[in-house]
Write a protein that binds this ligand. Structure first.
Ligand code: SF4
Length: 192
């Protein structure tokens, strides 16, 4: 459940999306620190992370700054605090947020359109070129079956039927369908 506050026309039924983003970061720092502390056998019973985000516009460019204040409510030696600051800086979610990040959005379509069939004796994969949003997901995750540089670019023989079916289900656009030939739906597919 997520929502916006009433001041932004929401019903305040849950945290807003920015809070969820900061929760993920704060949680990752806590988990990373806890694992490190336990591995070292240090006596640090409690950790708190306060995360806040603000934005500045400079030269028409919006800069987002996220501050994470790490607090140890119990006494901890200064040297350990500094080491833990370094560990927290490099938690996995920090690396994602500070790295080269791209957000892609896809929509799943299931209407009627042109279909091309790629079959072996057991299964048929149907590709709908007009629906394909070129996510690259199929051919980067299962290159033995999906080969965009080839004319016959889908070869169902390249992996087990179960693996091909699993990959087809990961297509975000509805451009791929999978059928076992012995089923009625499989027998109905158009010829390429
Ligand atoms: S996963 Fe689907 S949308 Fe992405 S390239 Fe393959 S067929 Fe196209």
């Amino acid at each position: 459940m997520a929502d916006e506050p009433e001041s932004l026309s929401g019903k305040d039924l849950g945290p807003d999306p920015y809070t969820l983003l900061l929760s993920s970061l704060a949680t990752c720092k806590l988990v990373t620190l806890r694992m490190y502390i336990d591995r070292k056998g240090w006596d640090v019973p409690r950790i708190a992370v306060n995360a806040n985000m603000y934005q500045e516009i400079k030269d028409n460019v919006t800069h987002t700054i996220i501050d994470c204040d790490i607090v140890f409510p119990d006494p901890v030696e200064e040297e350990k605090k500094l080491r833990l600051q370094e560990i927290a800086k490099n938690c996995p979610v920090s690396k994602i947020l500070e790295g080269d990040i791209k957000v892609r959005s896809f929509v799943f379509r299931d209407g009627e359109t042109k279909k091309i069939k790629y079959a072996n004796e057991e299964v048929t994969v149907v590709w709908k070129p007009e629906f394909c949003q070129h996510s690259t997901r199929c051919w980067t995750q299962l290159p033995t079956v999906f080969k965009p540089s080839q004319k016959k670019w889908i070869e169902p023989d390249g992996a087990s039927a179960e693996r091909v079916e699993e990959q087809v289900k990961r297509c975000p656009s509805g451009a791929l369908e999978f059928f076992y030939n012995k089923t009625e739906a499989g027998a109905d597919q158009v010829d390429s």
